[in-house]
Design a protein around this ligand. Structure first.
Ligand SMILES: [Zn+2]
Length: 283
């Protein structure tokens, strides 16, 4: 039988005689799907925001994630937020390239007391040699340098336990994000991962100590977290390091409190995972 359009030859359209009615055009589709490199995607999600350094009054341009641009994929058990296409945690420290004063965005605007200014001048600004940075996006190496600067400044200015704990927690999250981006096919990845994981655990241990101190000495909320969130976080970190007595105490407190049902659910899940871990350990 002739094609559906065979009659059109008389009208000069004989080339369409064998045209397939339901065949989709292939070539164009392929071209449209050209992937955008991840670096470009990240570049599109950040912009330079100008801050004033509370130490030297310099105008600092710091990269910030555009709000509403990235999609939250999940939260880890210790509340680390994971986004699609970008790790916004890399952009949460403001560093002054002139005097070295660095802080988490949350604490940057809080300013400094005269004593703290003196301590920063003596112990940071006088000695620091900052590397000029012109990168359009921050690598994990750069992010680590920024977090370490923030921690150094928090220690030197004798900041609150909660501030230091929060920096340690977020630094650990940076190290975790870094591990997740490593190329598994490279032979050096295994040892690099082990090194980063060891550092992550060191930061988390310090975060745990700091939050436990802050819990008894500071007024809630701390680091933007209410008392239930802080207790939950302490429980998660304590469980990670097999300090089950601390974890169990926090969980019992949470379950008997007026924390919201979602938080209680998380506490129950954690309790279950601790029971399993203890059983495994005793086997
Ligand atoms: Zn400065």
């Amino acid at each position: 039988m002739a094609g559906l359009l065979s009659g059109l030859a008389n009208l000069g359209l004989g080339n369409l005689a064998d045209a397939k009615v339901f065949e989709e055009p292939k070539e164009e589709k392929k071209e449209a799907a050209a992937p955008i490199p991840p670096e470009q995607l990240e570049k599109d999600m950040v912009y330079d925001r100008v801050y004033e350094c509370p130490m030297c009054s310099s105008k600092i341009a710091s990269k910030v994630m555009k709000s509403g641009k990235a999609k939250l994929v999940k939260s880890d058990q210790d509340l680390r937020p994971v986004y699609e296409g970008i790790d916004p945690l890399k952009y949460d420290v403001i560093v002054c390239p002139k005097c070295g004063y660095s802080a988490l965005t949350r604490y940057h605007a809080a300013g400094l007391t005269p004593t703290q200014r003196k301590l920063i001048t003596e112990n940071i600004s006088k000695n620091v040699k900052m590397t000029p940075r012109t990168e359009e996006i921050y690598s994990y190496e750069i992010a680590m340098e920024r977090y370490q600067m923030a921690l150094a400044c928090a220690i030197v200015k004798q900041g609150k336990a909660s501030e230091k704990a929060y920096i340690c927690l977020k630094t650990a999250w940076i190290l975790r994000g870094w591990q997740e981006t490593l190329d598994e096919s490279k032979p050096e990845t295994e040892s690099q991962k082990a090194e980063l994981l060891a550092a992550e655990n060191e930061y988390l241990t310090n975060a745990l100590e700091g939050f436990m101190t802050a819990r008894t000495k500071e007024n809630m909320p701390i680091c933007g977290m209410d008392e239930y969130t802080v207790d939950y976080l302490i429980a998660v970190l304590a469980a990670r390091f097999e300090r089950y007595d601390v974890a169990s105490r926090m969980i019992a407190g949470l379950l008997g409190s007026s924390a919201n049902p979602r938080m209680k659910e998380k506490a129950r899940d954690l309790k279950e995972s601790i029971v399993l871990a203890m059983k495994k350990k005793n086997q």
